[in-house]
Design a protein around this ligand. Structure first.
Ligand code: SF4
Ligand code: SF4
Length: 71
């Protein structure tokens, strides 16, 4: 299925809680192996083709670190 959007992740706002990863129905978010300036790992997109722009990840984020761009 063609992607309908993509999550824009502000790594500097991220606190590394993992809620976005756990709640993505497509399982396309995973923790980075890099760290932000607070020493926290943050989510990255592992598949650019299947985001449905459902916004679950953005809704779950307590830090408001994710915005969804719709195509
Ligand atoms: S918008 Fe939905 S499908 Fe896309 S990354 Fe977030 S939770 Fe996953
Ligand atoms: S829900 Fe927000 S704070 Fe938690 S890991 Fe995802 S982007 Fe980071």
């Amino acid at each position: 299925m063609a992607a309908k959007g993509e999550p824009l992740i502000n790594s500097e706002r991220c606190k590394g809680c993992g809620l976005c990863i756990a709640n993505c129905p497509k399982n396309i978010l995973e923790m980075s192996k890099e760290f932000n300036s607070d020493g926290v790992t943050f989510p990255t997109l592992n598949d650019e083709e299947t985001c449905t722009a459902c916004t679950f990840c953005a809704t779950m984020c307590p830090e408001n670190a994710i915005q969804i761009r719709r195509f």
